[in-house]
Design a protein around this ligand. Structure first.
Ligand SMILES: Nc1ncnc2c1ncn2[C@@H]1O[C@H](COP(=O)(O)OP(=O)(O)O)[C@@H](O)[C@H]1O
Ligand SMILES: O=P(O)(O)OC[C@H]1O[C@](O)(COP(=O)(O)O)[C@@H](O)[C@@H]1O
Length: 302
């Protein structure tokens, strides 16, 4: 079973307009609302690809109820903790030819709710995979992912972490099975400025994160594809699929889901990377998260 944890789920509100005029009334050409947050997106795409998954984390308020309802409608198994106050965030995704995002803070998570999550995590066992993905509400300490990995350590659980900054750096000492920074996050993590196409620089940063403890490092590069540094020290590069971008929100999460599915089905890192790229592109080229049919179609082109 692949468990995902989303500390800070969201409703993603995508708004399409030709231009955005600051300080004026703008009207949309169209808009879409869907549930989001990194772990949730991973679970949705895993489910679409026929994998067994359960989404964990925290929800609050009417937005939280909406997220739970939509997950149920999509037959995604979930076991969220409902918080006593606040509301799950609404993240705004402006589509004006370029993509601009405004992500919210999220509700406070009180200590009792955190204990409830730990109790659920204690039931995960040998052979399971745990995906910790996304930001945490400001009220939580930045070592929270580290505390989870330390608690699960030695229990045969495969841990995947998709987060940025210290949230990610702090867990490397626990040797996560996979991390998936995008190019921007990689630059930040390594304190260097990486330009698109600087494959040598990207490889050096990936190696640095592996030296710090990550087993496999998957760097997603948007339209430039992806680079995987495997645990046995090999670099694999994957070109991106060709197509027209509609909404790339969730492409990274879809890549994680595709990668885990590909690895489960074939046991090959090369194939996992290919399926990750197909799933990422399938999401970027549509206004929803990748479906199985879309992933299979793109897989044939890679
Ligand atoms: N414009 C695109 N064209 C083709 N593939 C894409 C595009 N954008 C994303 N992808 C695929 O999805 C993967 C994840 O996207 P990326 O934007 O790098 O992640 P994130 O959403 O985490 O920033 C990429 O590595 C690539 O394979
Ligand atoms: O938790 P964070 O870092 O604020 O990110 C949350 C946002 O990331 C997403 O999960 C999309 O992530 P990716 O585009 O990296 O796949 C959105 O659904 C959500 O709004």
């Amino acid at each position: 079973m692949i468990y995902t944890v989303t500390f800070n789920p969201a409703l993603d509100y995508a708004v399409y307009l030709d231009t955005l005029e600051m300080g004026a009334l703008n009207r949309t050409k169209s808009e879409e609302l869907r549930c989001g947050g990194k772990g949730i997106n991973v679970s949705v795409v895993l489910r679409n690809l026929g994998m067994e998954t359960r989404a964990l984390g925290f929800l609050a308020g009417f937005t939280g109820q909406c997220i739970a309802f939509w997950l149920e409608q999509m037959s995604v198994q979930s076991d969220f903790i409902m918080l006593p106050a606040g509301m799950s965030r609404i993240n705004i995704k402006l589509k004006t030819g370029v993509e601009t995002e405004i992500n919210g803070q999220g509700p406070d998570i009180p200590p009792q709710a955190l204990d409830e999550l730990f109790a659920k995590l204690d039931r995960i066992g040998d052979g399971d995979t745990l995906v910790l993905a996304g930001s945490i509400p400001a009220s939580l300490p930045v070592d929270i992912y580290e505390r989870i990995l330390s608690r699960l350590s030695g229990r045969g659980i495969r841990c995947v972490v998709d987060a940025s900054g210290d949230l990610l750096l702090n867990v490397l000492q626990y040797h996560p099975f996979l991390i998936k920074p995008n190019q921007h996050e990689l630059s930040e993590l390594c304190g260097v400025s990486l330009t698109s196409g600087d494959l040598a620089g990207i490889k050096a940063c990936a190696s640095q994160l592996q030296e710090q403890g990550a087993r496999n490092v998957l760097v997603s590069l948007g339209p430039d594809g992806a680079l995987l540094l495997t645990e046995d020290g090999k670099f694999l590069h994957q070109e991106a699929a060709a197509g027209t971008v509609r909404n790339s929100v969730g492409a990274g999460d879809s890549m994680v889901a595709g990668f885990l599915t590909g690895l489960h089905l074939t046991g090959s890192y090369r194939e996992a990377l290919r399926m990750g790229a197909a799933a990422g592109a399938a999401t970027a080229f549509s206004d929803h998260l990748a479906t199985r049919r879309e992933v299979e179609q793109l897989l044939n082109t890679l």
